[in-house]
Design a protein around this ligand. Structure first.
Ligand code: NAD
Length: 420
């Protein structure tokens, strides 16, 4: 088995996903050319987007769209607006999307987009012009049968709505199936907003059951308080868990007795988390090392590394974020007996309901929220069980087993197409 403990740890997500592929492929004993194909995206587009700013000047933003491998079906994956976006990050995220779609059995390959921008510094008009400009620049590269974007960090349903409108106008055809995570009125799906967190919570409940634990009273720390983290905190509270710590980009708060979540939501919407009280303030780094039952990283990559993994005390780590744990950290967490629910399983609820949204758009027939949630729960539970069973069979961790399931599936599609 491939291990990395003696190597210098890379924090480049593109190199990290390549290592994860190597670890899983070693179990599958596939020819090297298969992993050579999987270790790079098939296509990557770089775009330059001029945007008229409110002050009359023009700023030029750089963006990307990466398509990993289209053996299984069209690409699928979000668009990130963040100042730290890099082409390697977008490539890695598109690859994780392929493996994520494989774990939950969706007829998609991976795609991902990103723009280097801090959208919090833009006015609403500037944000709309940037969103439409990015879509105009990638429109010929994507499509409902080619590659279907969705929201990710700092992009919203409103942004998806603008982008769908721009694509539809360019093509002269109303095309809701080109993008998911849209507002309901434009063909969005009921349940999509909560889907990533809801799927994550289903996997946490399965993990608790595996450990013989009840959700009631289980303590939770959540890093990142956006679509994934905030809703996961709410849903876990509804399950009887006690959320003791949360954070966002400005830092975190911690109360060993459990946070007053209504106060937390109010502060997040109308103030700053730190206003909860000076004695409760902690750093994002400290949050990861709290003695809790469940840790939910729900922000960005590379937060659990070989530098802090030994200090992590959680019993379960549910990776709502993509790529929060490095391969070196994975080894340490495994040695400590921490149950890591890997990103490509834990946050697959988002793309699963995006798939449901796309199916509804193509059929022009819309489902009830109950129907969406029932289908999501079934798929998350069966995927967790399949990953668990394979991990036990090979005496390995859930991440490696999840990658094995997907790699096997993509390889089968490539063989059936005659590519290899
Ligand atoms: P979001 O924009 O809604 O929220 C991001 C949150 O992270 C915000 O609260 C922000 O303050 C916080 N944050 C940003 N930088 C931080 C830092 N350095 N430290 C701590 N917190 C920080 O984004 P989201 O959609 O919730 O995405 C979060 C993660 O979940 C990402 O890794 C994303 O790829 C992943 N994810 C999202 C979806 C989805 O459907 N939205 C699906 C699958 C995976």
């Amino acid at each position: 088995m491939t291990t990395f403990s003696n190597e210098v740890e890379s924090l480049n997500p593109f190199e990290i996903v390549q290592k994860q592929i190597d670890v899983a492929a070693a179990y599958l004993k596939l020819p090297a050319y298969v992993t050579d194909i999987l270790k790079k995206p098939k296509r990557v587009l770089t775009v330059s987007i001029p945007v008229k700013m409110d002050d009359g000047t023009t700023r030029v933003f750089e963006g990307y769209r990466s398509q990993h491998n289209d053996a299984i079906g069209p690409g699928k994956g979000g668009i990130r607006f963040h100042p730290d976006v890099t082409i390697d990050e977008v490539k890695a995220l598109s690859m994780w999307m392929s493996f994520k779609c494989g774990v939950v059995g969706l007829p998609y390959s991976g795609g991902k987009g990103g723009v280097i921008v801090d959208p919090r510094t833009l006015s609403k008009g500037e944000l709309e012009r940037l969103s439409r400009g990015y879509m105009e620049a990638i429109a010929d590269f994507i499509g409902p049968d080619k590659d279907i974007p969705a929201p990710d960090v700092y992009t919203t349903a409103q942004i998806m709505g603008w982008m769908m409108d721009t694509y539809s106008r360019l093509k002269g055809v109303n095309t809701p199936g080109v993008i998911t995570g849209k507002p309901l009125i434009l063909g969005g799906s009921l349940g999509r907003n909560e889907a990533t967190a809801q799927g994550c919570v289903y996997t946490i409940l399965a993990a608790l059951k595996e450990l013989g634990r009840s959700p009631s009273g289980a303590t939770v720390a959540v890093q990142g308080f956006g679509n994934a983290g905030r809703i996961a905190a709410r849903l876990l509270t509804e399950q009887g868990c006690k959320v003791v710590a949360v954070s966002d980009s400005s830092g975190g708060i911690y109360d060993t007795n459990g946070l007053d979540m209504n106060k937390v939501y109010d502060l997040k919407d109308n103030g700053k988390l730190a206003q909860y009280g000076a004695q409760y303030v902690i750093s994002n780094g400290d949050l990861l090392e709290l003695d809790v039952d469940i840790l939910v990283p729900a922000a960005l990559e590379n937060v659990i590394t070989r530098h802090n993994a030994a200090n992590v005390k959680a019993k379960i780590i549910a990776e709502a974020a993509n790529g929060p744990t490095t391969p070196d950290a994975d080894i340490i967490l495994k040695e400590k007996g921490i149950l890591v629910i890997p990103d490509i399983l834990a946050n697959a609820g988002g793309v699963t309901v995006s798939y449901f949204e796309w199916v509804q758009n193509l059929a022009n027939f819309y489902w009830s929220e109950e129907e969406v949630l029932e289908k999501l729960e079934k798929r998350m539970h069966s995927s967790y069980d399949a990953v668990r069973a394979l991990a036990s069979e090979h005496d390995t961790d859930l991440r490696t087993a999840a990658f094995m399931i997907s790699i096997k599936r993509i390889n089968e599609a490539m063989v059936a197409r005659g590519w290899v």
